[in-house]
Design a protein around this ligand. Sequence first.
Ligand SMILES: [Zn+2]
Length: 92
Amino acid sequence: MTDGAMKPPAPEPGIPIAYYLANHPETAVELACAHCNNRKVVPFAEMVEQLKARGLGDENSGILEIGPMMKAPCMRCEGVRWVSRPWWPPRR
Ligand SMILES: [Zn+2]
């Protein structure tokens, strides 16, 4: 098999939640609706609890993996595709 180049790259899990909890406790995860860009910010500790409660993951889950796990519809457009990224508090 040499047609590996045709395969899309595996999704990147991203940096594990544990890294942010340990090194950047001021950060959180931002979930953005892929359709309308509606956003919400969830503290990492809360996100870990949610993931564990639903059996989806834990603090070793990557930041980029979180969004696709979210199945709650967007409150604005009812879309169910979420993109996750780290949220940093605004600098003063
Ligand atoms: Zn939306």
